[in-house]
Design a binder for this molecule. Structure first.
Ligand code: KG4
Ligand code: ZN
Length: 360
């Protein structure tokens, strides 16, 4: 089965052509073409994603990226081998004007090629991104590595969620942020420190430079709350006030001061994320832990999650995506689409709509 997947929920225009082959040992996948065009340089002057610009850039780039993907494929395989069976497209959550560009493009291609279009939940894509061991062209589904119930910690610019994964396609959100997402907090702290967008990698780079004793102390919001929810808005405000006080004394922050703020902020974020995740792993008897989304690229957060959760779950059952798949990409949408199609092969999706707040 060949799936063309399209992802335009935020600031990446991504298309993937994935082939799934079912055999006696399960399913194996070949990535026939996979391109992610990042709009980060376009949004950088605005210090964040500007939805109208994202929409315009997706409309401009979708045909170009499709042509590049098909060219990649053509150079490897013969033309008549390329019948596409399904088109999968992210329908939410995300920025609605951006989501619509992918949906309209998918529908037009579906009509032109006479191929069904299947809507996919972006967060399910992030969960399934961990089953790709590395971004090589062929991989098998390591079903044995995903044992259920699994727990997924989804950490990105728009989401911070703990999801109980009873099976692929069967999800229950057991906790989430009550205000900002953790990636959003990283981006806001970066802005406070005068670092460019996207701030996560910048804050993390600075934090990792810090050594010694830290004078900055920030709160660990909701660390001891009885639920599985998170809060990052107060932490960001604590950073803002701390920096404001420092600036009352000095004109600008020294690199050392910036690094200490980044370090303490990252420690606070890593501590609450890992403590809540550990508690959920224990309470729900999770057999597998999945950590995905843009913030799962953060080395300190990974380290802290491994350290805390390995008390209840073997490290070999703790999965992070390959580096290239932590951020938004279309390969994860193709995978989520594959499982959705397998589960309900006869469903026809009429009238696919963008839903910015689509839940799992
Ligand atoms: O999943 P993603 O690419 O897009 C959304 O769906 O939101 O996540 C982007 C977020 C941004 O907030 C970015 O700053 C954050 O992930 N991020 C990081 C790191 N790399 C990306 N945050 C902390 N540490 C990182 N190394
Ligand atoms: Zn995402």
């Amino acid at each position: 089965m060949k799936i063309l997947a399209i992802e335009t929920s935020c600031d990446e225009t991504a298309i993937c052509l994935l082939e799934a082959t079912e055999g006696a040992d399960g399913v194996s996948f070949s990535i026939l073409g996979n391109i992610t065009h990042s709009q980060v340089p376009d949004h950088q002057p605005y210090g964040g994603v500007f939805p109208a610009l994202a929409k315009r850039e997706h409309i401009k780039n979708l045909p170009i990226v499709l042509e590049q993907v098909l060219r990649e494929v053509r150079s490897e395989k013969t033309e008549d081998n390329q019948k596409i069976d399904y088109i999968c497209v992210t329908s939410g959550p995300g920025l609605e004007p951006a989501l619509w560009t992918g949906i309209v493009f998918a529908k037009e291609l579906g009509e032109k090629w006479g191929v069904p279009v299947v809507p996919v939940n972006h967060m399910e894509g992030h969960i399934l991104s961990v089953i790709v061991p590395e971004l090589t062209s062929d991989f098998s589904l390591l079903t044995s590595s995903l044992q259920f119930p699994a727990l997924a910690l989804l950490i990105s610019g728009g989401h911070t969620e703990l999801v109980l994964v009873k099976d692929i396609g069967d999800y229950e959100i057991i906790g989430k942020t009550v205000d900002d997402a953790v990636g959003e907090a990283f981006d806001k702290v970066a802005r406070i420190l005068g670092l460019p967008y996207p701030g996560g990698p910048e804050v993390s780079r600075l934090a990792n430079l810090f050594t010694g004793e830290n004078k900055a102390t920030f709160p660990r919001p909701m660390l001891h709350s009885k639920d599985f929810n998170f809060s990052f808005s107060g932490l960001k405000t604590a950073v803002l006030y701390y920096v404001r006080d420092l600036l009352g004394v000095n004109e600008t922050l020294t690199e050392e001061q910036k690094a200490s703020v980044a370090h303490e902020f990252q420690e606070a974020a890593a501590e609450v994320l890992s403590a809540k995740t550990k508690k959920a792993v224990e309470e729900f008897g999770a057999q597998t832990l999945i950590v995905a989304g843009g913030v799962s690229a953060n080395a300190r957060i990974k380290e802290k999650l491994l350290e805390e959760c390995s008390e209840f779950i073997e490290p070999k059952n703790i999965h992070f995506p390959a580096r290239e798949l932590t951020g938004d990409n279309a390969l994860m949408i193709a995978l989520a689409g594959y499982f959705k199609i397998k589960k309900s092969p006869d469903v026809v999706y009429h009238d696919i709509k963008a839903d910015g707040n689509l839940s799992l």
